[in-house]
Design a protein around this ligand. Structure first.
Ligand code: ADP
Ligand code: MG
Length: 688
């Protein structure tokens, strides 16, 4: 969003002195362009003139009055000006708290527009919160639709309106439209000048939304151009991968006791296409828990390994690293693939040995936590980086990953499906693959909701499942008792369940503060079936795979986010038996808490859940980058402007395909904008 021609200093605007300059800079306004792109946060329709008497029935009015007399209330320094006004219908008092200077403005006999909230008090119609303006002012703030701007200390609506007006009067009507004109025609967008006029001085309410959509389009269009151009640039030369016989892959597929689903085959083909193309891969694989993403990743890694390169699989927790390494050992070691695990808790001689084997290429597949990318880790020939549960790492960390090899291929996997709007923005530089289909024979998880107080019923139901030799998870929002929050915690509940409720059962506790070796031992015992109930916090959320566990109990379910609930529920339903999730909710439900529980009860479709999550929390929270200002657009709102986003994406793609150098005279404006006013901070984007 830009007005390239108006990056003149704000000081040149009439009415802006050093003080105002300073105040405006707090809002990030430094140039004329910044000022004109400081959009109103709302509008007030003051086109209709009310009678003063209407003040008794309306919450706020907008009237033309004549000043009758001035008076004051209080004494000394606390003296406050009080002004009596009237129109043909009634008489009223304006109490000017902190605005005694109005005594030289509201002079008896003169007429004014007044707008504000009035109430009947002390036997008269009174207002303490009002705005006034002389009737003679041109371009008056009265009798029109008035913009309400975001303010900062020292700035009033009147002041900023006046400055915006002066700035606007100084710009040229023929100011350049920054989207190609054929696109403006296609969507019937007004020109830039008209657009700005409609935003700051609208004549009709419909105008405002039209103008805002034009600006939103412009913003998203350039955003798409920038990220799509990044994608085109990633060209690499592959020497080793040219002709491999895929013998490892064939062997593995033969050994699998099942067939890959159609979606798995489709995604595998997409990934392999990238791995053997002349662009380095930057792909996101989305698919619900248990749909078979990890398997696809392993299979695709085999071809890179067969070509003599190394592959690395990064996961967010140590627990998950171990589980993946065990799976990989079962699947891949029989094929002769050399596998190792590297996490933060591996140290000393073991670590030294590992690092040297990575460096000399003895290890072909390494699985680990972010320790894989510590500064002292060197690879022999890292060709492929796979990141599992990428949502746990945050968007910003992407950049660090590929620095260990020479543009290694990158596959990001996530079981928290990303709404399409975010796929096209936050991850707009990535190619995206989806697995929507589940392997055959999976049963739908049955979800029950229970109110706090009815736990006994749930516990009895769990006992029946345990009688069938099944296992259960119990999840709590806290590790230990909190003095502030009156919530159940894992430690106390572990004791209670063990000593009072399930005396005959084997129960274990796991959470992030339990030392790593003990954690793995507990997990191993749970996986082998010697533990019946695992009490935990949301550490079991990611990746853990125990098909015999058929019950998931989440207490204080209202405290968990939607994606956490979805992930937790996904821990069960991984075997052939019917599985259950019990969501027990506390008495203190917030509105969002109710919304989340409703969504999670209604659907198990991860994609739907993610769309709802986005609506409830907004993009910043969903991506975990709320503070960074990332994806903050001035006019666009990626949740509500999805249609504009899709159009902008398509148009940008078309242009980059047909005229990547913006040579066509109709597209030249794009080249000008991109060089003169690089529009976005794109440091979050990968590669380049
Ligand atoms: P994800 O990583 O998507 O959560 P995994 O790759 O871990 O899923 O697979 C989950 C489980 O399903 C594993 O036990 C895996 O062996 C099994 N699995 C994967 N693909 C299939 C398939 N096509 N048919 C049957 N089972 C499968
Ligand atoms: Mg997985």
């Amino acid at each position: 969003m830009f007005l390239r021609e108006y990056n003149k200093d704000i000081r040149f605007v009439k009415g802006v002195g050093p003080v105002v300059t300073k105040i405006l800079s707090r809002l990030g306004i430094k140039t004329v362009s910044d000022l004109l792109l400081h959009f109103p946060r709302s509008y007030e329709d003051r086109r209709h003139i009310d009678k003063l008497a209407d003040a008794l029935t309306k919450s706020s009015i907008n009237a033309v009055v004549r000043v009758i007399a001035q008076d004051s209330i209080g004494w000394g320094r606390k003296k406050t000006l009080k002004v009596y006004v009237e129109d043909s219908s009634a008489r009223a008092a304006l109490v000017c708290f902190g605005r005694n200077y109005l005594s030289s403005v509201l002079i008896p006999g003169r007429s004014f527009f007044v707008s504000g909230k009035f109430a009947y008090k002390f036997g008269e119609i009174q207002s303490t919160s009002f705005e006034v303006e002389k009737c003679s002012t041109s371009l008056s703030d009265f009798a029109r639709i008035v913009p309400i701007y975001p303010l900062t200390e020292g700035l009033t609506q009147n002041l900023i309106r006046r400055i915006v007006r002066n700035a606007f009067l100084s710009i040229d009507k023929r100011i350049e439209n920054e989207i190609p004109s054929y696109l403006a025609v296609k969507y019937s967008f007004p020109g830039k000048y008209e657009t700005l006029r409609k935003i700051h001085f609208p004549e009709a309410l419909e105008d405002i939304e039209k103008a805002r959509r034009a600006l939103a389009y412009e913003e998203l269009f350039y955003f798409q151009l920038v990220i799509l151009r990044k994608r085109i640039k990633r060209i690499v030369v592959r020497t080793s991968r040219k002709t491999i016989p895929f013998s490892l892959k064939k062997k593995l597929l033969k050994r699998l006791p099942f067939k890959l689903t159609r979606d798995q085959l489709k995604v595998l083909a997409e990934v392999e296409h990238d791995l053997f193309s002349e662009h380095s891969m930057m792909r996101m694989l989305q698919g619900d828990v248990g749909c078979g993403k990890t398997l696809v990743a392993f299979i695709s890694a085999l071809s890179v390994i067969e070509a003599g390169e190394q592959a690395a699989l990064m996961v967010p927790t140590e627990l998950l690293a171990r589980q993946h390494a065990e799976n990989a050992a079962l699947l891949l070691e029989p094929l002769g693939v050399r596998i190792a695990i590297l996490t933060g808790s591996i140290s000393g001689r073991e670590r030294k040995y590992l690092l040297s084997s990575l460096k000399n290429g003895d290890i072909e597949l390494v699985i680990g936590t972010h320790a894989l990318f510590s500064s002292d880790v060197e690879y022999n020939n890292l060709g492929y980086v796979i990141v599992d549960e990428q949502h746990r790492f945050g968007v910003m960390q992407r950049v660090a990953l590929t620095e260990k090899g020479s543009s290694p291929d990158l596959l990001l996997m996530t079981a928290t499906p990303i709404p399409r709007t975010l796929s096209l923005t936050a991850f707009g530089d990535l190619d995206i693959s989806w697995i929507r289909e589940m392997p055959k024979g999976r049963r739908k998880i049955i979800t029950h909701l229970a109110r706090e107080g009815n736990e006994d019923k749930v516990y009895r139901r769990i006992d029946e499942e345990l009688d069938k030799k099944h296992q259960a998870y119990f999840v709590y929002p806290l590790i230990e008792e909190s003095e502030v929050l009156s919530l159940k915690d894992a430690e106390s509940m572990y004791k209670y369940l063990k000593e009072e409720v399930f005396k005959k059962r084997n129960i274990a506790l796991i959470h992030s503060r339990i030392p790593e070796p003990e954690k793995s031992k507990v997990m191993e015992r749970f996986i082998s079936g010697s533990i019946d109930i695992l009490v935990s916090t949301s550490v079991v959320e990611v990746g853990v795979d125990v098909p015999n566990a058929t019950c998931m109990v989440i207490e204080h379910a209202e405290r968990f986010g939607l994606s956490a609930l979805h992930q937790l529920r996904g821990r069960v339903g991984r075997g052939k038996d019917q599985s259950f999730a019990f969501l027990i909710y506390g008495n203190k439900l917030t509105e969002d808490g109710i919304k989340r529980l409703k969504v999670i009860m209604e659907t198990t479709d991860g994609f739907k859940i993610s769309e709802e999550d986005l609506k409830i929390r907004g993009p910043g929270e969903v991506l975990g980058v709320k503070q960074s200002g990332f994806l903050k657009f001035k006019a666009a709102d990626i949740v509500n402007d999805a249609d504009i986003l899709y159009s902008a994406r398509k148009d940008a793609e078309n242009i980059l395909n047909s005229d990547p150098g913006f040579i066509n005279p109709e597209n030249r404006v794009i080249a000008r904008v991109l060089t003169e006013a690089p529009p976005f901070d794109d440091t979050f984007l990968q590669g380049g």
